[in-house]
Design a protein around this ligand. Structure first.
Ligand code: TYC
Length: 113
């Protein structure tokens, strides 16, 4: 709808023959952008470590952690969750920090939805 078009829901009243349009205030809040956090496969990071990360950082149940780890292993990448930008950045940093501390090459990235 064009910006200045009068909506049926606007409260329209005539005062002295003049149409007065009382615009409804917008109440809907815009959804903040969300980011997918994605784990990438490599040939060296142990499967157990990836499962540990999925449980520790992404709060996955054991069965879900195994399923996501195998998806990454078989397909090359897999989604760990969707978060606001700050939370996604923190998760990526936590994964990469834990991986480097344990000398694993595991990569984790975020993608705008
Ligand atoms: N491909 C790894 C292996 O065979 C396992 C792995 C899974 C690595 C998921 C990274 O994000 C990953 N040990």
């Amino acid at each position: 709808m064009a910006r200045n078009e009068i909506k049926a829901s606007d409260a329209n009243v005539k005062q002295d023959g003049v149409l007065v349009v009382e615009k409804k205030t917008r109440t809907a809040t815009a959804r903040p952008p969300f980011y997918k956090v994605v784990l990438l496969n490599d040939d060296y990071t142990p499967m157990d470590f990836v499962v540990f990360i999925l449980k520790q950082v992404f709060h996955k149940q054991h069965a879900d952690a195994i399923r996501i780890m195998l998806e990454v292993h078989n397909r090359g990448a897999g989604e760990c969750g969707t978060f606001t930008r700050d939370v996604a950045e923190t998760k990526v940093e936590q994964v990469v920090a834990a991986a480097r501390k344990n000398e694993h090459p595991l990569q984790c990235v975020m993608e705008k939805e």
